[in-house]
Design a protein around this ligand. Structure first.
Ligand code: PRP
Length: 226
């Protein structure tokens, strides 16, 4: 009997940029998440389905077996693993591939009129607003900078503009959002891309199907093509 294989994706850039990889694995999603209200999308392969979840929920779905595999940003993965009290990999997720999609960077940004370098040099305590508290905590600790972290869930750019924080730690892609809000990038913390994550038990139970997908994705990556 063929077992159902469930792939967790989030709408938007990750979904769009995973489609060509799925195609390379012979999988075509039959409905468009932008027009359909369905959360479970069928594919051209009767035993493969896609579930649409919030980006931050992808590691949770895969960890608990709500999905066999998923695609998630490194930022989300680090924050998820930190909630589990450890470094990347410790939440029991197998991470076989950097898919090199949805690329961006995690950076520190401040108001253009805020002298970040001088403040850090003075040993001043910085107020930092971010959705990515684990990444921010680790980064500033490694620099020996004392910070008070303010957890936000979105629109981080607003924090330095309203006096809520001196700096933000956020994802930067084109830099347009920072620019539009008169903020400048002062440190680049890390490069971010999306990763394939797999439930270890599913890997054992559905090994052939999952291996086939990992191999097809892997062969379709830019590094493999060049
Ligand atoms: C991210 C990030 C910035 C923006 C940066 O937000 O939080 O706001 O993209 O992109 P840019 O450098 O190309 O302007 P996203 O749109 O992913 O939504 P979010 O706030 O829900 O994370």
């Amino acid at each position: 009997m063929t077992q159902t294989l469930t792939l967790a994706l989030s709408k938007g850039r990750i979904f769009d940029e995973t489609l060509p990889l799925l195609k390379a694995a012979g999988i075509e999603v039959l409905e468009d998440p932008e027009t359909s209200r369905k959360l479970i999308l069928p594919t051209n392969q009767p035993h493969v389905r896609v579930v649409l979840v919030r980006a931050t929920d992808v590691p949770t779905y895969v960890q608990y077996g709500g999905a066999d595999l998923g695609v998630t940003g490194l930022d989300t993965l680090i924050e998820h693993n930190s909630d589990w009290g450890g470094s990347a990999g410790s939440a029991g997720l197998y991470q076989p591939l950097d898919l090199q999609i949805a690329k961006c960077r995690m950076s520190v940004a401040v108001r253009a009129d805020f002298d970040y370098v001088a403040k850090v040099k003075q040993g001043a305590r910085l107020k930092v607003a971010t959705k990515y508290v684990a990444i921010a905590r680790e980064f500033f600790a490694s620099k020996g900078v004392h910070v008070d972290l303010v957890k936000l869930y979105g629109s981080m750019e607003l924090a330095p503009l309203t006096g809520l924080a001196d700096a933000i730690v956020d994802l930067v892609s084109t830099g347009n959002t920072l620019k539009a809000n008169h903020l400048v990038e002062v440190e680049r913390i890390m490069d971010i891309s999306s990763r394939l994550v797999v439930n270890p038990a599913a890997l054992k139970m559905k090994q052939a199907d999952i291996r086939r997908i990992i191999d097809a994705f892997s062969a379709a990556l830019p590094a493999a093509k060049s």
